[in-house]
Design a protein around this ligand. Structure first.
Ligand code: MLT
Length: 246
């Protein structure tokens, strides 16, 4: 299995992802919020790039829409919820279409629209992501959302953890970038919460009052759900037509 990683999505050509197996990682906080929404029974999550696009989809979909997302870390004006995973409760999302827009995570996701499978990966569902990749037994690429066209440590450490789990069970051929993510995981994986707390984006979230989100985002395998993005929307991966929940 060839394993590659991109530290941010902007230099990837969308069409090159056609037929590829991809994992999108935005630990703080889009991947964790999306996994929470799907786990709590959202019908689907539709990632969009702009507030205007979110508005249009909401009008066309009717009443059962939750608008979620952030700009500069805080809820977008007029939206129902921001990008704290703690907001995507069963009460708010069950049975609803969540239209979701965030600064980096949504951009990375939309980039993967042509992929064969685009999984949403986070610490909260890391083992299910690795299990899926092992079952496929094919080359895969991890795309970190990064931060504004730049590297960020939390996505790379999570990618390294996914790759470690796969490599523990099957032979892999990692690119140099994938080897670097493994090394970062070996270095920081023993205390994920501390790593998040001292990361640039973690410090920013603490500053603006979302410090509690870091604990949710650091909780390994707390959300037994595998969200997959296909045909413009994210749903729980199903086996034999049943959601893959443990
Ligand atoms: C993003 O997509 O940029 C993030 O998830 C930012 C955040 O709300 O923490």
């Amino acid at each position: 299995m060839k394993v590659d990683i991109h530290f941010f999505p902007q230099n990837i050509e969308d069409l090159l992802l056609k037929e590829k197996i991809v994992v999108v990682v935005d630990v703080l906080r889009a991947s964790t919020s999306i996994a929470t929404a799907i786990y709590n029974g959202a019908r689907e999550v539709v990632p969009v790039l702009s507030v205007a696009e979110a508005g249009k989809i909401a009008i066309n979909t009717g009443g059962s829409v939750v608008l979620g997302g952030e700009r500069n870390g805080v809820k977008i004006e007029g939206f129902h919820v921001g990008n704290s995973p703690r907001e995507y409760t069963e009460e708010i999302v069950k049975g609803k279409t969540v239209v979701f827009s965030s600064t980096n995570g949504a951009v990375a996701l939309v980039k993967t629209k042509f992929a064969k499978y685009s999984l949403i990966g986070s610490f909260a569902n890391v083992s299910l992501v690795a299990d899926f990749l092992l079952q496929q037994n094919q080359d895969f690429m991890i795309i970190c959302a990064g931060k504004q066209h730049a590297f960020c440590i939390e996505d790379t450490v999570c990618a390294g953890m996914i790759i470690r789990k796969v490599a523990d069970a099957a032979p892999i051929e990692p690119t140099d970038a994938a080897v670097a993510s493994l090394a970062l995981y070996e270095n920081f994986g023993h205390s994920i919460l501390e790593m998040l707390q001292s990361s640039e984006h973690g410090l920013f979230l603490q500053e603006i009052g979302f410090g509690n989100d870091l604990e949710v985002c650091a909780a390994v395998d707390s959300l037994p759900v595998l969200p997959v993005y296909a045909n413009n929307a994210i749903h729980a991966w199903k086996v034999d037509n049943k959601p893959l929940l443990t």
